[in-house]
Ligand binder design. Structure first.
Ligand code: AN7
Length: 416
């Protein structure tokens, strides 16, 4: 195992604490010898372990499995969504519900590995910039490991559930007068300057290693097959890159026989990657003032855009934008028809699917997996703003029955 620059291919030792290439400044990734991995898997009992990030420990970059920092992450449901699928015109629709993770988002997959590395490296402080979920997750894992945690959040709206999590887990939270991209720049500088401060944004190549388990799980949940298309909300673009890496690993290891197309979805007001893909250009134009109701993906200059564009290109996938209105409609549809309550950013994958079916990019016979990245309770405010408040009625059965339409016998076809 070693670390390599995605652009100039410069190699670094796995024990180096490094976040970007010293030669050219580009992104880094962890590389393995697949022959070694195959051998490891052959001798391993991994298939008898429960579905979780650590079922795939043979494919994770940690030294000592007995020293991992874990809150039991991964093993999330891959829900067959028949009712929603029918409404959208897709026969086999699945939602990978990452809200089932310990702190309610997919970030936990990355943090269990990232914080394990922090401990391995003897770091005392972990840091990140975050639109909320990264902060909540890092704060929890830091608490579990007994490390100090610092998080920088952007000014303006941040989902309260996430902020509450970061605070109760004991992180030092700073709200920066600026957007996410500015906050990220500061934590990058702080981690370069202070060598005991370990950076755990998705530029950290080890974090992505944990997140690739999302793809492994999908393959195992589909009994050793990859879906046709995987639709992923994109903010900083770490997750779509990680998921593609996971599918690529499984393909190289002969654990699946085909690869899915990766489709990235961005909110219209924060969509530099989708714009570039749609225009067929090879670089992004950052958005200065990103704006969307999906605050988790309100990011104008995605750090991992190159990895994401590579994933989309290699998988012959695509990217699309959705409006705030489409996002909120999708959130409600998923809740009402499938019993899955996800946060707005997560619902963008469903909104994207709806749009792609209309455009003919997705056809009805394909197996589709939408990744729902975070739990709906992270941001209940947004739902309360759009739903009618409950009315108050005196504590008597008569008026309550009257209001509910239950005062007359219910006809067989009546529905509430
Ligand atoms: C629910 O917490 O960037 O494309 O700082 O919370 O890997 O950035 C959150 C991102 C999608 C986008 N869905 O993932 C943060 C942060 C949810 C998220 C994304 C985020 P990336």
């Amino acid at each position: 195992m070693f670390i390599q620059c995605i652009a100039c291919r410069e190699k670094y030792d796995e024990d180096e604490i490094i976040y970007s290439c010293r030669r050219c400044g580009d992104l880094l990734e962890v590389k393995y010898d697949y022959k070694v991995l195959k051998e490891r898997l052959r001798e391993s009992d991994w298939m008898s372990l429960p579905l979780s990030v650590w079922r795939y420990r043979d494919l994770m970059p940690v030294r000592d499995i007995s020293e991992i920092v874990s809150l039991n992450e991964g093993g999330t449901g891959l829900h067959r969504c028949k009712r929603l699928g029918k409404l959208l015109g897709v026969k086999r629709l699945y939602v990978k519900n990452e809200g089932e993770n310990p702190t309610g988002s997919f970030k936990d997959r990355g943090m269990t590995v990232g914080v394990t590395k922090a401990v391995e490296f003897g770091m005392k402080i972990v840091i990140c910039a975050s639109t909320g979920n990264t902060a909540a997750s890092l704060a929890a894992y830091a608490a579990k490991a007994g490390l100090q945690c610092i998080v920088l959040i952007p000014s303006g709206k941040i989902a309260y559930g996430k902020l509450a999590q970061a605070m109760v887990y004991g992180a030092k939270v700073v709200q920066v007068r600026g957007n996410f991209d500015q906050a990220l720049k500061i934590v990058l500088e702080l981690s370069e300057k202070h060598r005991k401060v370990y950076l755990l944004n998705s530029i950290n190549p080890f974090r992505i290693e944990g997140q690739k388990s999302l793809a492994y799980e999908i393959c195992d949940q589909l009994n050793g097959e990859a879906p046709d298309k995987v639709i992923v909300p994109v903010g900083n673009a770490g997750n779509i890159s990680a998921i593609w890496k996971g599918f690529s690993d499984f393909y190289q290891l002969n654990l699946i026989s085909s690869l899915p197309q990766m489709i990235g979805i961005q909110a219209e007001g924060a969509a530099p990657i989708a714009q570039a893909v749609k225009e067929g250009i090879n670089s992004i134009l950052p958005v200065d003032r990103p704006e969307t109701v999906a605050t988790a993906i309100r990011i104008g200059a995605p750090l991992s855009w190159k990895k994401a564009m590579r994933a989309i290109r290699e998988s012959k996938g695509t990217a699309e934008t959705v409006t705030d209105r489409e996002i909120l409609e999708a959130q409600r549809m998923l809740a009402r028809h499938e019993g899955l309550f996800v946060e707005p950013a997560s619902a963008s994958s469903i909104a994207g699917l709806r749009k792609l079916v209309d455009l003919g990019t997705v056809n009805k016979d394909e197996t589709i997996v939408c990744v729902a990245t975070g739990h709906g309770l992270k941001d209940p405010d947004i739902v309360m703003q759009t739903c009618r408040k409950p009315i108050e009625i005196e504590a008597k059965i008569g008026p309550i029955s009257e209001y509910l339409g239950l005062s007359k016998p219910i006809a067989p076809t009546a529905t509430l």
